[in-house]
Write a protein that binds this ligand. Structure first.
Ligand code: AMP
Ligand code: ZN
Length: 472
């Protein structure tokens, strides 16, 4: 079946097709790890996860990459405020991000890239742009010369004429030729982390980080790039300019942008203070599966208004599916066959799959499964539900959950509630607490956490790139 997604670049819904004819290569702009992510951030990652799970469930090949922004203005500012060095601050919130992702059933990307591990490659890329006349150095910083790249603005459809003032402007203490030029390399400022470069010590700009990590991991031209709608301009516009100006090839074929999660009509965001983290909601007694279901229930290209009432309805929907699944397994069903119901289940699953293939229409896919569930309940009450129906529906629920991943979270949620055998999310949580303890040099606490984990059969290893864990 052809799988289609809307493409921000062409403003059309188009088939997603690997350019090598075999394996789809997909990059997602990950979090800036300066604080806990809120569920608005996770809406984007859940939508990406749904697409990737759906793609794989159709037997297609996929390689995925996600970055963690562990150096930028916000990172420096927030680490300073917390009294951490930037690397320790990033390690702490990277762990928290993995814990929350695991709690929400998000599959970890095949490649995870931390910006600070790619700095020599970023410097080399900037040198390439300078050599080609697309970038210039000024007072220890380097800027992209937007006027040298005529396709600038194609993704966002922005009219940039207003910005073409031609005047030399002083901006953020860095000297640029034109106001719309953007920074590739920032000259060192006292008290900030810095790396060597041909232009003197400094650090990369945020936009160049993604161009270099994505092309290093996936190739100079790749298939699909995702992020929230707020990244279309300037972040993704700049990624395209940096990539295509250097390589002369199309950077990305297909751009997927996830709409905002809103609260009372406003974007959920840190700065408005109207946000919930996954851990806030769990602490209030909500289950991660309800959060995942709620985030998944509205198609990614439509805004979704978050309410606690919506979260309760999501929990009820997950409960309905779970108890139906239980009933299928536990009850014994007669061997008779109601051909009409057999056809309805088959048609329901076809509708489910076709809806997801059609620009990831999750709300129609969910409607299809609940409609079939209603018909099954009617047949059960009438004594017309047979063993073949039970088998067909159980198989569909398995395929459903390979994508929506809310039924399978039950085990993890029960384990978290009992805290007997530790669920992955709980282990990640303790690993995060341990990283935090180490960051503040509280080794007594960090050793106590290691002992707690070991008692639960978890082996912790400290590596140069950070601590890792596995089960005994
Ligand atoms: P950040 O950690 O701020 O760099 O954001 C991580 C990702 O979350 C980006 O792809 C953002 O576009 C996305 N994002 C931020 N706020 C929201 C929101 N309210 N709804 C949906 N996605 C969001
Ligand atoms: Zn990015």
């Amino acid at each position: 079946m052809e799988i289609r997604l809307r493409n921000t670049l062409t403003r059309q819904i188009e088939p997603v097709a690997p350019m090598d004819g075999r394996r789809l290569r997909m990059y997602t702009c990950g979090p800036t790890v300066y604080d806990y992510g809120h569920i608005g951030n996770f809406r984007t990652f859940v939508a990406v996860d749904l697409f990737q799970r759906f793609w794989r469930s159709q037997g297609r090949e996929l390689v995925t990459a996600l970055n963690l922004t562990d150096i930028d203005d916000k990172m420096i500012e927030r680490a300073r405020a917390a009294g951490h060095d930037v690397a320790a601050h990033a390690a702490l919130y990277a762990e928290a991000f993995w814990a929350d992702s695991a709690a929400l059933g998000i599959t970890k990307a095949d490649h995870v890239a931390r910006a600070t591990e790619y700095i020599p490659a970023m410097v080399a890329w900037i040198e390439r742009l300078v050599a080609a006349g697309h970038a210039y150095a000024s007072e220890g910083s380097v800027y992209f010369r937007v006027a040298s790249f005529p396709a600038y603005g194609r993704l966002s459809g922005k009219d940039l004429e207003g910005l073409q003032d031609g005047a030399r402007v002083q901006s953020d203490t860095y000297d640029k030729e034109q106001a719309r030029d953007f920074v590739l390399w920032k000259a060192h400022k006292p008290g900030e982390p810095s790396w060597p470069s041909p232009w003197g010590p400094g650090r990369p700009g945020w936009h160049i980080e993604c161009t270099v990590m994505s092309t290093t991991l996936l190739g100079e031209s790749f298939d699909l790039h995702a992020g929230g709608v707020d990244l279309i301009f300037p972040h993704h516009e700049n990624e395209i300019a940096q990539a295509e100006a250097a390589t002369g090839q199309p950077f990305v074929r297909h751009w997927m942008h996830v709409e905002f999660l809103l609260v009372n009509g406003e974007k959920m965001s840190k700065s408005l203070g109207n946000f919930y983290t996954v851990r806030d909601l769990v602490a209030q007694g909500h289950r991660p599966s309800s959060v995942r279901y709620l985030l998944a229930s509205v198609p990614y290209h439509r805004q979704l208004n978050f309410t606690l009432d919506g979260l309760h309805q999501a929990a009820a929907a997950v409960n309905r599916l779970r108890s139906f699944q239980d009933r299928l397994a536990r009850q014994s069903w007669p061997t008779q066959e109601n051909a009409e119901l057999t056809a309805a289940i088959r048609a329901g699953e076809e509708k489910f799959t076709a809806s997801l293939a059609d620009d990831l229409n999750t709300s129609e896919a969910l409607a299809a499964i609940f409609e079939a569930l209603r018909q099954a309940n009617v047949a059960m009450d009438a004594g017309e539900f047979g063993a073949s129906h039970a088998a067909a529906f159980a198989a569909w629920l398995e395929r459903f959950d390979a994508i929506f991943a809310v039924l399978g979270l039950a085990a993890q949620e029960a384990a978290a509630a009992e805290s007997g055998a530790l669920a992955d999310a709980v282990v990640e949580e303790k690993m995060a607490a341990r990283a935090a303890a180490r960051a503040r040099r509280d080794f007594a606490r960090s050793d106590a956490l290691r002992a707690e984990l070991e008692a639960a059969g978890i082996i912790v290893e400290d590596r140069k790139s950070g601590a890792v864990w596995r089960r005994k």
